[in-house]
Write a protein that binds this ligand. Structure first.
Ligand code: SF4
Ligand code: FES
Length: 338
């Protein structure tokens, strides 16, 4: 960060912080960290133009800025709204935000199949975590879910369009990391779908990264498919000399076997150094790699942190009557699992 860079002072859920001008509310919240960080299903730091699609990151701007202290009339997507001097933002301290988030999760789930028991993404699925924290325990959707014909997009990547939440991240990967994009969004509205043009296979040196950025199980690794549940595998950071990418990866072991290779994800499940398909699909022997250390699983997976046993509502909810009212279901679950 340049020394003379202008800093903006803002407050998120009452916590003050200073960030460079141009920072989004979401990234300012990530700078503070912890439970006040809004969830994000479509924003992805290392891909340009992402965000603004899923609405899971909505927050309330209760004070626009020192110059114009009026609150913003509607909830705003924190991944697309930049900070202003003196801005005050409410996330988990505002019942309307939590209520809206529940609504967004309900919408994301109306067409999403209950595939978690058989889905390779289970245990590291953002939607699984989100629905556990904010979802209803039953559906109010009485219509038939949208389904799609299976499309073969090659021998390395599996597309399950039924699970897609239309976050567009995979399109940005293809646009920004590969030389030719062969897939896109076809049709509109509820009929939109990710598809390859004339059902071409996706193959290019970096296309495997669509697997890492997909927040749900719509794009999965065919070389790992049904081999194991992710929570039974041991992630280890490793690297190799590679002339196409940084060669910095995570190897997922079962015993002595490398079951899959992925990019290294941070605590928000984002990869910052994308890896090439040779490292991802063709180097599955320990001798191909220099092992560094076990990887710390930071992402708050429902499974990694045993949320299935005890849901821990943010402390601010336990103290605030209004928030308790709008989080009745989550609170009753946390009581039940004690
Ligand atoms: S396939 Fe995955 S990454 Fe692509 S738009 Fe759908 S959910 Fe997003
Ligand atoms: S993460 Fe902000 S709209 Fe999707």
């Amino acid at each position: 960060m340049a020394e003379n860079e202008k800093k903006i002072k803002i407050k998120i859920d009452g916590i003050p912080t200073e960030v460079p001008e141009g920072t989004t509310i979401l990234n300012a919240a990530r700078q503070i960290g912890g439970e006040i960080v809004p969830p994000a299903m479509c924003y992805y730091t290392s891909l340009e133009e992402t965000g603004g699609k899923c609405r899971t990151c909505l927050v309330k701007v209760s004070k626009g800025s020192d110059q114009n202290p009026k609150p913003m009339p509607k909830l705003v997507p924190s991944c697309r709204t930049t900070v202003m001097e003196g801005m005050e933002v409410e996330n988990i301290t505002n019942p309307d935000v939590l209520e809206a988030r529940k609504g967004v999760v309900e919408f994301l789930l109306i067409n999403h199949p209950l595939d978690c028991p058989v889905c390779d993404q289970a245990g590291e699925c953002d939607l699984q975590d989100l629905s556990y924290e904010h979802g209803l325990q039953e559906t109010r959707f009485n219509y038939v879910k949208r389904t799609f014909e299976r499309i073969d997009i090659g021998d390395k990547i599996q597309l399950h369009m039924n699970r897609c939440i239309m976050c567009y991240r995979c399109l940005y990967v293809a646009d920004q990391l590969t030389e030719k994009r062969e897939h896109g969004v076809l049709f509109r509205g509820v009929k939109s779908e990710i598809s390859t043009y004339i059902e071409k296979a996706l193959d290019s040196d970096f296309i495997g990264n669509v697997i890492d950025v997909c927040p749900v199980g719509a794009l999965t690794d065919r070389t790992f498919r049904f081999k194991n549940r992710v929570w039974f595998t041991k992630p280890v950071n490793a690297h190799r000399e590679c002339d196409k990418c940084s060669g910095n990866v995570t190897l997922w072991y079962k015993g002595e076997e490398v079951l899959r290779v992925t990019g290294r994800k941070d605590e928000y499940a984002e990869v910052h150094e994308f890896i090439c398909d040779t490292c991802r699909f063709d180097k599955k022997k320990t001798s191909d790699w220099v092992i560094e250390s076990p990887k710390k699983v930071q992402h708050t997976s429902v499974i990694a942190s045993n949320h299935y046993e005890e849901l821990k509502p943010p402390s601010v909810i336990k103290e605030n009557k209004k928030l308790q009212e709008s989080n009745k279901e989550q609170l009753s679950r946390s009581e039940r699992y004690k």
